[in-house]
Design a protein around this ligand. Structure first.
Ligand SMILES: Cc1cc2nc3c(=O)[nH]c(=O)nc-3n(C[C@H](O)[C@H](O)[C@H](O)COP(=O)(O)OP(=O)(O)OC[C@H]3O[C@@H](n4cnc5c(N)ncnc54)[C@H](O)[C@@H]3O)c2cc1C
Length: 406
């Protein structure tokens, strides 16, 4: 692995940095889990798309710049460095798109990728069901052939759909062969949320925002051309999406190296306490750097044509635990101040930030403590979403270490 960037890559970085410096909103956008914030984040993504910064590594015909995975990592570093807004289109561009590029027909790619890159169509992920989370192959939502034999009728319930309250499309897996062995009878569908028979029920969270939704399907018609991959191949196609979610694309290292850099700033602001807190800060910082190097290693292998398999599970455990370690150290440094959620009106810095979550890249530089608590609360979800860490450890044990299943 060569960690030296080429002159072209340095020029790419400089161009990205200049564009972001000129365009990143000076005020944080409202939370994307509100209708207002969703619209504001969509408008930001359209701006990115217009200047072809939305999906740099995609082919240019779909809105990208035809650059490689290393340039994508460079762009992400600059994006987090600029404290640019969270990507409301992340389910589409980071999860579905790599799978569509691998399994989609030319017509599907031409139809779906450009509006996904432009945030004209935002996607949610319909996998989990009330009785099937870790045991994804146990899903009960089903699809049967439609009367005209030109598509499918979908029935069932999905839950915990992030962005589901406002998204235009859902990608999900449904059981198309009730008699096949669990993993075999599944098919991957692309479903418009506005279709007849789809009911979206937002799930309010403790903070009152509706980041999640339950989605109910009652005889929803989906044409054959909205099946991604083959009928019955849903598990294989879904595992490609899971590989992106756990592996390279969902959580780029810049998210953690930026948060770790802010942790070190906070450590200095708080008078560099010694003892256990200093150890925790150092450890979190080193882990963020290690995650970055590990990602470069994986990206180099991917660029050389290697596929990323079960290693993605190690990656997922590491990024989720690093996120928690960074934010836990932040809370330790802040002590009771960590619970101050809002700025005092008398604070001279009031108005310079406020909704940004440390480590989530939502907003701008901010020394006020609220983002550390927000970031910590979100980090707590990291070991759960994208497949729980217990399940990832099972994968590592069985598939990487070759240990027996029981
Ligand atoms: C922030 C967030 C966003 C999410 N977004 C989405 C989304 O957009 N779309 C979507 O479909 N889902 C989403 N989810 C749901 C997520 O995928 C599930 O919560 C997760 O897969 C776990 O499923 P479960 O909640 O049903 O827990 P369960 O599967 O019931 O697990 C409960 C506990 O038992 C453990 N456990 C279960 N089986 C085993 C086993 N075999 N070995 C060891 N331990 C085991 C689990 O690790 C967990 O600790 C999201 C979740 C969160 C927290």
């Amino acid at each position: 692995m060569d960690l030296t960037f080429s002159a072209e890559q340095d020029a790419f970085r400089a161009e990205a940095r200049a564009w972001l410096a000129a365009h990143v909103p000076s005020e944080p956008l409202p939370s994307l889990d509100t209708a207002e914030g969703f619209a504001a984040h969509r408008a930001w993504e359209r701006l990115l798309f217009e200047d072809r910064w939305s999906v740099v590594s995609w082919p240019s015909e779909y809105g990208g710049r035809d650059v490689g995975i290393m340039e994508w990592l460079i762009f992400e570093e600059e994006y987090y460095r600029a404290r640019a807004p969270k990507r409301v289109s992340q389910n589409g561009i980071f999860l579905l798109a790599p799978t569509m590029l691998e399994y989609g027909t030319p017509e599907q790619k031409a139809r779906f990728l450009p509006p996904m890159a432009a945030a004209d169509e935002i996607w949610c992920q319909g996998w989990s069901e009330p009785d099937a989370g870790s045991d994804l192959a146990g899903i009960r939502s089903r699809a049967v052939r439609a009367a005209g034999d030109d598509g499918w009728q979908l029935t069932g319930q999905k839950t915990w759909c992030s962005r589901g309250a406002f998204a235009e499309w859902c990608f999900g897996i449904f059981r198309t062969d009730p008699d096949a062995e669990r993993h075999r009878g599944l098919t991957y569908f692309l479903v418009p949320m506005a279709a007849d028979g789809v009911t979206v029920r937002p799930i309010p969270q403790l903070d009152g925002e509706t980041g999640f939704a339950e989605v109910f399907f009652e005889d929803v018609f989906v044409p054959d051309e909205h099946v991604l991959g083959g009928v019955g191949d849903g598990w294989k196609v879904a595992m490609s999406t899971a590989g992106s979610e756990r592996g390279l694309s969902l959580r780029s290292p810049a998210r953690y190296t930026e948060a770790a850099a802010r942790l070190v700033e906070l450590f200095a602001d708080r008078g560099r306490p010694g003892g256990r807190i200093a150890d925790d800060v150092a450890r979190a910082y080193i882990d963020a750097q290690a995650y970055e190097l590990g990602t470069y290693w994986m990206a180099s292998r991917a660029a050389d044509g290697h596929t990323i398999g079960a290693e993605a599970s190690c990656n997922k455990i590491f990024w989720s635990e690093t996120d928690l370690a960074i934010h836990a150290a932040g809370l330790s440094l802040l002590g009771p101040d960590a619970e101050l959620l809002e700025r005092s009106p008398a604070d001279p810095g009031a108005g310079a930030g406020g909704t940004s979550a440390a480590g989530t890249g939502t907003g701008q530089a901010d020394a006020y403590p609220g983002p550390w608590l927000d970031g910590y609360l979100f980090a707590l979800a990291g070991p759960i979403y994208a497949g729980t860490n217990e399940i990832q450890r099972n994968v590592v044990a069985e598939r990487l270490l070759g240990l027996p299943r029981s």
